[in-house]
Design a protein around this ligand. Structure first.
Ligand SMILES: [Ca+2]
Length: 267
């Protein structure tokens, strides 16, 4: 988790520095060495988040002839997700149908534990997502005032760590205009209220849906289906596909809850 956060924080600066290097022959040589290092690390237990981040940044130099083309692709329109009736954020761990990555940790980050491969009693398939919120104000804390933040949450982002502030990621995300609701299943170890939302990353290269659509869901111990209405929402460019958030007021002793089958649907 720390590597993922570190990767997200350093991503922008890392890419700027790396882009500069790419403009020199020496940079290309260094990049090629780094590609070899990344490839070599693939068989090790290095954080998948960090590895994916490096691979993404380094991929242009694997073929220098294509480099200008790949740079141009960064300003293209978001990928349209219009061909399927269901567009999954999470179906099962490692499902090829999954989109977005749960990399946007917020608030009292040290209070959050997420397991995307929780095997006990999933709603579908073999796994669900287990989320543990400790409500202790543990660091690191990411909020705009002195910690503890007294709340926490996680955004599913495209690509990982994209907070809409990096011009290099302009055009990333998905065009979800053909969908009009987000559906998910959830339960908790005790009755609780958790906030869920779509969009709302309101930054220069952020979501077209600047004000998130959200619900406060009453979770119980059995799986329930919830829905966020997206009718007339501007979904043509969404980098923050889904998020949960909760706080010490709603859950003063912390809470453990579960999510499964998170997906956009057409009515
Ligand atoms: Ca599942």
């Amino acid at each position: 988790m720390y590597l993922a956060i570190l990767s997200a924080i350093q991503h922008s600066e890392f890419e700027k520095r790396f882009s500069a290097k790419l403009r020199t022959v020496a940079g290309l040589i260094l990049a090629a060495v780094n590609v070899a290092i990344v490839a070599g690390c693939a068989s090790e237990t290095q954080s998948s988040a960090l590895l994916a981040s490096k691979t993404q940044i380094l991929s242009p130099v694997t073929n220098t002839i294509q480099f200008p083309v790949l740079i141009a692709s960064k300003t293209q329109a978001p990928s349209a997700a219009t061909t399927k009736t269901k567009f999954y954020i999470y179906q099962d761990t490692s499902s090829p149908n999954n989109h977005y990555k749960p990399t946007g940790y917020m608030g009292d980050v040290g209070d959050i534990q997420m397991n995307e491969a929780f095997e006990d009693n999933p709603h579908s398939g073999k796994t669900s997502i287990q989320v543990v919120y400790q409500a202790q104000g543990n660091s690191p804390n990411i909020c705009e005032y002195s910690p503890p933040c007294k709340w926490a949450g996680v955004y599913w982002q495209q690509p990982r760590g994209n907070w809409g502030t990096d011009k290099g990621l302009q055009g990333e995300g998905f065009d979800l205009s053909s969908y009009n609701r987000l559906v998910f299943w959830a339960k908790a170890e005790k009755n609780t209220k958790i906030e869920f939302k779509v969009g709302g990353i309101n930054k220069p290269y952020g979501d077209s849906l600047t004000d998130p659509r959200s619900i406060k869901a009453n979770l119980t111990q059995g799986w329930q289906k919830f829905e966020i209405d997206l009718k007339e929402a501007d979904l043509k460019h969404i980098i923050g596909g889904f998020a949960w958030a909760t706080n010490q007021n709603d859950n003063p002793n912390g809470v453990t809850f579960y999510l499964d089958d998170i997906r956009f649907e057409k009515k």
